[in-house]
Design a protein around this ligand. Structure first.
Ligand code: AHR
Length: 553
């Protein structure tokens, strides 16, 4: 347990959110035994939390589409026009707001025309990921049967209640094909040949699609461009795209983690044609995967990864420490963006995020890039979503990579088997933030100290975010400490907490995860919390994700 002296030093001397605010009003009342404090500042709104911060990513990769989402109309597995019914039901529950498709790297090899028209006439194509598929993997994973194309994806979005976000191919198709895809999706009923083709598949009315990614990771698999070359392509692709009365929001391929030079180089080249060019960019994509668990031994992407299921306490902390990096990426890229785009017209779109482990924990052996999320990934995800909530003016959208049978998946499925992962439970808990007013919230808690081989290391203790929905205050937090509770005093100056309920996701084993055989080994538990006086004392359990719902008066 942390010494009180150390707590005070952390609370009073550390920077940022750990400084006690000058109007801290309840700290002295009977709080001697508490080691942490949370103060929600009702008068310091940060902006509305866009539901789109809770978005998803579905790439035609491994078992994400074929087996995960698409089971086919003739399947014995419960489905809605070929789409896995249980997945749709779960996604409706978490209010999934937006889904990105078809990649990822796959997007820059995809011809959208292959995925329209009658199912039995669609061509089979080599999947971008074919080279890394094991030879005995299911055929649709290697040779794309194109049964799940634009119509099916948009239908999936409609069933769930999500907006579609399509990623266009900039590397291997000409700009004209981008315009035509927009035309297929958005041109009015009966107006164009493509609108008629859409109608022939039962979609007379436009879909319509607002969000369009212009390439993906264009510095790498999406074309190997320099930032300047990509800017030229981006201008060409987005100039004079027919809109058909639908607002089009173009998302530029952005940096991978801390590639500051990409952000600067891209925007500098854009404005070489004048500052007005910035108006064509809705968002700049940011991708960040936490993968290096080598404790500084290597920067090699393959050698540095850790195991999803077999890990030590130090690996738990190392992963979460990597999660903390997200904040510096958001603020760092935002600052560079502001130097060129002074009015901050362009927002960040974190359209790929999550931990990435080495192969070996696949629930379905052979599913490439699939891993089994544990409580560690739930804490990582809660912490990341809290970070997004704290920057509502900077981030327009975020998409967890990836929805099902992949990296930081909410769900795992194979044939008729299905389970919700701890990450899925976090999205369920945090859905309550969507559309709320984000409030500055001061967390004052002892840091977590651990041994990183021979060296001491630390990461922030209790952290989270809060949002207000009329008189309902939603406060979420993660306690990353594997064995110590955060005995916390929670205050909302200017309001009285009338009642409170708590939902907690935790387990005695930090490796806890769900499987097809044990689907509910780890799941959230809810209960009422007793309020005594003006503040709420609450002990955040070790290794936990918590949502407190406070009714204010
Ligand atoms: O999510 C897996 C891959 O990671 C995506 O295809 C790519 O964009 C990223 O490198």
């Amino acid at each position: 347990m942390i010494e009180r002296r150390e707590f005070l030093r952390n609370g009073l001397l550390a920077g940022g959110t750990f400084l006690l605010p000058k109007h801290w009003s309840f700290a002295s009342r009977g709080s001697a035994a508490r080691n942490s404090r949370v103060e929600v500042l009702l008068e310091e709104p940060l902006g509305t939390i866009s539901p789109n911060l809770y978005g998803h990513f579905t790439e035609n990769l491994g078992a994400v589409i074929y087996d995960g989402i698409w089971v086919g109309e003739n399947s014995s597995i419960a489905n809605l026009n070929g789409i896995r019914q249980e997945l749709v039901e779960q996604m409706r529950k978490i209010k999934a707001p937006v889904i990105r498709f078809p990649g990822g790297c796959f997007a820059d090899s995809y011809d959208w025309r292959d995925g329209i028209g009658p199912l039995d006439k669609r061509p089979r194509r080599t999947n971008f990921w074919e080279g890394v598929e094991p030879s005995n993997s299911p055929a649709p994973h290697r040779y794309d049967p194109n049964q799940f194309g634009t119509n099916e994806f948009v239908h999936f979005c409609k069933l769930v209640g999500s907006q579609p976000y399509l990623a266009a191919n900039l590397r291997s198709l000409p700009a004209e094909e981008f315009y035509r895809w927009v035309e297929y999706c958005n041109s009015p009923a009966g107006s164009t040949t493509l609108a008629e083709m859409r109608a022939a598949s039962g979609n007379t009315e436009p879909f319509p699609v607002r969000f369009w990614g212009v390439g993906n990771e264009s510095w790498g698999c999406g074309g190997n461009f320099t930032a300047q070359e990509y800017a030229v392509e981006f201008r060409r692709f987005t100039t004079w795209v027919p809109s058909f009365g639908q607002e089009l929001s173009f998302i530029a391929s952005g940096p991978n983690d801390d590639s500051w030079e990409w952000t600067r180089g891209f925007l500098d080249e854009m404005v070489r044609k004048g500052p007005g060019q910035l108006r064509s960019i809705y968002g700049l994509a940011l991708h960040y995967y936490a993968w290096n668990l080598s404790r500084g031994r290597t920067r090699d992407f393959n050698a540095g990864k850790g195991d999803a299921l077999k890990f030590e306490v130090v690996d738990w902390y190392e992963l979460l420490r990597q999660g903390e990096v997200m904040e510096s990426l958001i603020t760092g890229h935002w600052q560079i963006m502001g130097e060129i785009d002074r009015e901050h017209h362009i927002k960040l779109v974190v359209d790929e995020w999550g931990p990435w482990y080495r192969p070996g924990s696949e629930m379905t052996p052979g599913d490439i890039l699939e891993q089994t999320p544990t409580l560690r990934d739930a804490v990582f995800s809660g912490m990341t979503l809290d970070l997004f909530n704290q920057h509502p003016e900077k981030i327009a959208m975020a998409n967890c990579a990836q929805l099902i049978n992949c990296l930081n998946s909410l769900y795992l499925a194979h044939g008729d088997k299905f389970c919700v992962t701890p990450v899925g439970h976090v999205f369920d808990m945090y859905a309550a933030h969507q559309g709320g007013e984000s409030l500055r919230t001061v967390f004052s808690a002892p840091n977590v100290h651990y041994q990183r081989d021979a060296n001491p290391a630390s990461l922030a203790g209790l952290r989270g975010s809060a949002s207000l929905h009329d008189k309902v205050l939603v406060l979420t937090a993660v306690n990353p400490h594997v064995s110590d509770a955060c005995e916390t005093e929670i205050g909302v100056p200017g309001a009285t907490i009338k009642s409170a309920t708590v939902t907690t996701l935790t387990a005695s084993d930090i490796h806890a995860h769900n499987t097809f055989a044990q689907k509910d080994l780890i799941r959230p538990e809810s209960k009422a919390v007793e309020i005594k006086g003006r503040v709420l004392n609450y002990d955040f359990p070790p290794a936990s994700v918590t949502k407190l719902t406070l009714i204010l008066q």
